[in-house]
Ligand binder design. Sequence first.
Ligand code: AMP
Length: 274
Amino acid sequence: MMRVAVPVKGRLREPSFHLLEDAGLGPEQPGDRALAFPCRNAPVEVLLVRASDVPEYVQDGVVDCGITGIDLVRERGADVLEVLPLGFGSCKLEAAVPEESPYRELADLAGAAVATVYPRLTAELLPVDVTLVDVSGSVEITPRLGLADAIVDLVSSGNTLRTNGLRSIAVLLESEAVLVARDEERAGPLVAMLRAVVEARQHRYLMLNAPESALPAIGELLSPRVPSVLPLAAEGMVAVHALVPAADVWRLLPDLEALGASSILIVPVERMAA
Ligand code: AMP
C-alpha cells in the first residue's frame, strides 16, 4: 500500500484530486471529516493534510509521496525529492515595494524591513541583508501599516499587488505544484501514472486532411515531431496525425490552413507514455 499526502484545503486541493482521478486512481472524495481514505482502483491510500505539512510528512516517512507547492517544500527545507512538477498551482515568489518607493532593485533593499510568510526563502534568495518582519498572513498591507518597506510574497496574476498599491521589483522563485517523495524507486509507479496525465494535458492530438503535395511543408511545421500519414480515398489527398504541444496549436492552425489543410480536428489526449 502506497500512502500519498494531498492538501486538505486551499487552492491545491481540487486540482490534486482531479489529477489522481484523471490518472485512474479513483480516489473516493471523502466526507467532510474523513482524513484518510483508499483509492478505488489502486493500492493507494490518500491522507489529507495541510499543504504546508506535506513536506514534513514525506520527510518523516509518514507517507511515501505528497502533493504540495515547490515554495512550501523549499521554505520547509525538507529533505525530500521533487520527483514530478504537476503543471498546476503556478505562482511566483516576488519581492514588491509600494508604488512610490524609491527601491528599484533587490540590492536597494539592503537594511530594509521586509515582511513575509517565507522567512527562510527570503533570507536565502535576497542578495542583501534585511530585517525580516515575520507575519502569518495579509502580507500585502504591511507596508501601508508602516510595518515594512517591502514584502516577499506569492504572486500569480499580480492583481493583489496592484490592489494594494505595490509594485514587483524581482521574482525570487517560480513555483508550481510538485509530487515529492523520499525514495524515488518506491514512488516510481505513482510517478509514472501521474506523469502520463501531466504530459497528456500539455499536448493535443491533431488530425487533418491535406494535399499530398503539402506534406513537406506540413512536416516542417510539425517538426521535430514526425506525423503519421495515411492515404485517403481521394486521389492526391492524405490524412496527417500528430501529437502537438497544446501551447503551439494556435500558432499552427493558420499556417496549416494556408497550406491547404482541411477537416482539422484537435482532440485532448487522456494519457501519454513513452
Ligand atoms: P493555499 O492552501 O490556498 O494557501 O495554497 C497554497 C499554495 O498554493 C501555495 O503554497 C502555492 O504553492 C500555491 N499557489 C498558487 N498560486 C498562488 C497564489 N496566487 N497565492 C498563493 N498561493 C498560490
